[in-house]
Ligand binder design. Structure first.
Ligand code: SF4
Length: 152
């Protein structure tokens, strides 16, 4: 089983109420390989919702108390998003999941790139950082999904 950003399998859970469907990911979900999560929905945020950005250098910095996650109305969502990121980690532990396929560029799920207050940066989002720190192998939707499935 592989953790997956729910928007990648077609769930309309993005801030703009759209999805980010990747057909191959949807197929893997329908075959029972993927466990969908949306950390922002798990944090109790609505759809649609305000955009959020990391005010600091990365999701790791948020976990370390050196950065915050703020929405476009200046609401601080840090604590609830840390809670949902750790819930994702707990899911991987409960279901013995060792890999995650996450949506690129999201402040929550972004793997190599995420949005900070100054725009797109090369850094991990908050949930991606929490999963990485707990030993989960992380991929984004630009990867060959066969690699995600079969890489040891
Ligand atoms: S990128 Fe992550 S937080 Fe954003 S909508 Fe997709 S699953 Fe939810």
């Amino acid at each position: 089983m592989i953790l997956v950003s729910a928007c990648l399998i077609g769930c309309p859970c993005r801030y703009d109420a759209k999805n980010a469907l990747v057909r191959e990911a949807r197929n893997l979900f329908e075959q029972g390989f993927l466990f969908p999560v949306c950390p922002e929905i798990m944090a109790g945020l609505p759809v649609p919702r305000r955009t959020i950005t990391i005010h600091g250098e990365s999701g790791f910095a948020v976990l370390d108390g050196k950065a915050r996650v703020i929405d476009s109305e200046n609401n601080d969502l840090t604590d609830r998003l840390i809670t949902s990121a750790m819930q994702c980690v707990a899911i991987t532990e409960k279901f013995n999941i060792s890999k995650a396929l996450l949506k690129s560029k999201s402040p929550s799920c972004g793997v190599h790139q995420t949005y900070c207050q100054d725009g797109l940066i090369f850094a991990s989002g908050l949930t991606a950082a929490a999963l990485k720190r707990n030993g989960i192998q992380i991929f984004d939707e630009t990867c060959d999904l066969n690699t995600v499935l079969y890489e040891k």
